[in-house]
Design a protein around this ligand. Sequence first.
Ligand code: MEV
Length: 417
Amino acid sequence: MKTSRISGFYNKTLNERMEIVKSFSDLTDEEISLLKSQMDMEIANRMIENVVYLNDVPVGIATNFLINGKEYLIPMAIEEPSVVAAASNAARIARAGGGFRAIATEPLMIGQVQIVNLSDPYSAKFRVLENKGELIKIANEQDPVLVSLGGGCKDVQARVLDSSLGPMVIVHLIVDVRDAMGANAVNTMAEAVAPKLEEITGGKVYLRILSNLATYRIARAWARFPRNVIGENAVNGIIYAYEFARIDPYRATTHNKGIMNGIDAVLVATANDWRAVEAGAHAYAAMNGYTSLTRWEMDKEGNLIGTIELPMAVGTVGGASSTHPKAKIARKILGVKNYMEFAGVLASVGLAQNFAAIRALSEEGIQKGHMSLHARNIAVMAGATGDLIDRIAEEMVRENRVRLDRARELLKKYRSD
Ligand code: MEV
């Protein structure tokens, strides 16, 4: 049976790893050669403006993920060492507790329309609500395909905000965007209803744009990390780390950054708008005073239970995730069928990343792991190649002298041996 539980993946050669991914995800030979090649400059040139060259970010595969009983290999594009290894390691421990469970709400996005110059904002708000049916109709005329798939504008809400420039009515279109990230659909609808809103309220519309605080589009994941696998000290350390993040925004920011290390890496690999998810995550964490996006607690048997909850405005259709050739293959590797599944995977990766970070921080610290990876980079910078990279890195870590000058000395020594 297909499993993502692969021991020693990191010890395999680049080609061996590719072969494992190929057979796990049924990749074709063409897809493999596409992954190994550079993006066509013509595609890049159509993607953004003023293109000059391509940037390179390594994509690693996090192994061991079991989510809702399904096996996943997770492609992660990131320049930071340790993140992929940490996610794989956390996922290995979570599977000992049955793997991750994950759920997501319906994909409801919010489109905002700002109305100003209102003398009677409260009655304007009520008139907007009175005309909800007409507004929904106008919005849905913009996207018959989305509506035919069961999506579209489902509700209209309105708020009166007091501002230093006078009252504003802020209208929210609640739009089910199905498997898309939804920015285009929502923005088009927000622009389309604006003239009608001016007519209804007698005010003037300025902004028409989605909100990245997608509070109706929430992904949740949880997992049990058995005490007999990680030990009581780790359980206690993680709960203390969580409590620190819960009560201190300075710590919570770093704690959440660790979560986003994992989520963003998957979003970059799949060409999703990671800035949108970042913005939403941190705003969600700040809704009642900035705090942790995860919670850590102990069950009756003393096992560690982690939960995570955050907005997840991502898509499996549309946008760059459908046009970027490697991103499409990354999604195939991931094997997610729709938005709901994707959102659950992302939340699970975030939880795994957080577990790994706060476990390391509360026990040996993160520098030990970082240092050995850092040492390899230093060895490469000194000019080491092949086997010498690991040999020099290991020696520098052993001596606790991870420095460029030492790497150069060792390189000279080994080359003259
Ligand atoms: C580093 O990229 C992420 C951590 O700082 C996260 C954390 O402190 O929880 C290790």
